[in-house]
Ligand binder design. Sequence first.
Ligand SMILES: [Zn+2]
Ligand SMILES: [Zn+2]
Length: 240
Amino acid sequence: MQVTQGVYFIQGQDEFIPDSHVYVLGEPGSGDLTLIDAGLMGKGGYKLERLEAIGMDPKGFKRIIMTHCHLDHIGCLPELLSEMDQAELWVHESEAEALEKGDERVVYGMDMFKGMCQAQYGLKDGVFRFEVQRKLRDGDRVSLGQEEWEVLHIPGHSPGSIALYHAMHKILIPGDTLYADYAIGRFDLFGASGPQLKESLMRLAELEVEILLPGHNRIMKGVPKGYAAQVASQWAPYLS
Ligand SMILES: [Zn+2]
Ligand SMILES: [Zn+2]
């Protein structure tokens, strides 16, 4: 589904664990496509079908950018990379190193969840070990399909959470930090921090946003002015 010119949305198919939404930046046939997040294990098939339906060849993807590396976003990465083996992986530097070492604490978030998921999906230790071609930093300006996006490091939900922001078109892709309906991401998993999340929300509140494309739940077009600021102030008492 097209959100706006050069921005496409594939809705996650949640099971007992959520499957994150996936966004594509770029135009079909351009050969310069960017995938934002991958989704949950076993959820590669329908994504590849949707991409094909809108005329996007997996070989046209130059990069996959992770908003962060939780299992519901990265679980599907091996499936997608097997069709997009030319694509680079871009991750914020504070989660990239762990990913390269096969340190899966951020991926699973907590030991209990790790055991449960490994049993449920037959996953072995070290499945989520990847080489990261670009380690993103706060303030990076990245050219994606001829559009310039800004990288904001917004820790709190996870240590290396990022948002992608298109200032001219007022589009924000905040991962699991900010959702529609005044919701925010959880802040109890490995490497999470309430106070950091509060600061990150306050930072997002400074941006002009018309289109909000979160990692789960509904997307928002025509975001009311001051939306992120309201969310930040509503949650502030719980985040310090
Ligand atoms: Zn998450
Ligand atoms: Zn998520």
